[in-house]
Design a binder for this molecule. Sequence first.
Ligand SMILES: NC(=O)c1ccc[n+]([C@@H]2O[C@H](COP(=O)([O-])OP(=O)(O)OC[C@H]3O[C@@H](n4cnc5c(N)ncnc54)[C@H](O)[C@@H]3O)[C@@H](O)[C@H]2O)c1
Ligand SMILES: O=c1ccn([C@@H]2O[C@H](COP(=O)(O)OP(=O)(O)O[C@H]3O[C@H](CO)[C@@H](O)[C@H](O)[C@H]3O)[C@@H](O)[C@H]2O)c(=O)[nH]1
Length: 323
Amino acid sequence: MEGKLVLVTGGAGFIGTHTVVQLLKEGFRVSIIDNFDNSVEEALDRVKEVVGWGLFFLQVDLRNKDDLEKVFAKSKFDGVIHFAGRKAVGESVEYPRRYFDNNLIGTINLYEVMAKYNCKKMVFSSSSTVYGQPEKIPCVEDTELKAMNPYGRTKLFLEEIARDISQAESDWQIILLRYFNPVAAHESGKIGEDPKGIPNNLMPYIQQVAVGRLPELNVYGHDYPTRDGTAIRDYIHVMDLADGHIAALKKLFTPDFKGCVPYNLGTGRGTSVLEMVAAFEKASGKKIPMKLCPRRAGDATAVYAAVDKAAKELGWKYVLLTS
Ligand SMILES: NC(=O)c1ccc[n+]([C@@H]2O[C@H](COP(=O)([O-])OP(=O)(O)OC[C@H]3O[C@@H](n4cnc5c(N)ncnc54)[C@H](O)[C@@H]3O)[C@@H](O)[C@H]2O)c1
Ligand SMILES: O=c1ccn([C@@H]2O[C@H](COP(=O)(O)OP(=O)(O)O[C@H]3O[C@H](CO)[C@@H](O)[C@H](O)[C@H]3O)[C@@H](O)[C@H]2O)c(=O)[nH]1
């Protein structure tokens, strides 16, 4: 893989920064584009500090196809890891057009420009959200897919688009990585999850309560049919997730890989909201004040991964524990 040039969209974000560190460690060359919609340029300076050398970065919005073309005209990419997009379930219920505009138009532009420049290997950030509230857990990759909210619908549409493209044009190789819930940070402490504004996700919200930036955690839903009444998710360490991208890229570069294939990246273990809070309190020694609130629109009750397919076909498995 030494020297292959990878374009990383959304590379200044949470999963992007951690993956870029691992890509560089593995000997890939990396170019990053981001519009800083949900990140800051400083995140890239921090990546530079971790890896010890410079990065190639351009501020580009994927919805601007002309700008995107300029990026592809300058460099010949061997593949793309596509993180860029909006990701908050609750926000998507309130502002669905934001999600259709950013996630769908941005990705359609990317496919068009990739095709024009004959770059046809893509690792796409999908999500466990495409399982909706699955009838059976753990979720297996060939389970029926359904979205429960507009964000999830964009991921589902984008998976369908990827499948259609690869079916019609056999020279595309696409891996859909269905992430479960990434948490934690690089061991250096220099990069991590730093969303703009009030966090939507559980872990960064707990962290901001812990440091006194927010007064208390709102626990959304305490009447779910689960062991303690709160919703269950599969929390995975972001460095494990980053390594899942390396495994996926390596798979794309093997001559036998064909078509468009989905893989779950999770741990296979479900943890409730209250269990996450207890684990955080134990690890940090800080008390997290909580308020029990009604359920959040668009949320599933319990979702966790079957992880055998990624282990068998990508040779990837989580190694770091999160709770
Ligand atoms: N974090 C999670 O819980 C999670 C779980 C499953 C899937 N995902 C998906 O993984 C991807 C990365 O997630 P993340 O947690 O790193 O999110 P993030 O918000 O930290 O990173 C996304 C990055 O994309 C950039 N971006 C957004 N729209 C853009 C556009 N139009 N053009 C250029 N850049 C743009 C943002 O500025 C940000 O830096 C997203 O597609 C998300 O939907 C995330
Ligand atoms: O302040 C908060 C935030 C979250 N939750 C609950 O915590 C659980 C996890 O929520 P969150 O961290 O927002 O994750 P998800 O809603 O599962 O969505 C995340 O994980 C999905 C993959 O599973 C991704 O697709 C999404 O982009 C990402 O936001 C849910 O039950 C929430 O209701 C709270 O109780 N209080």
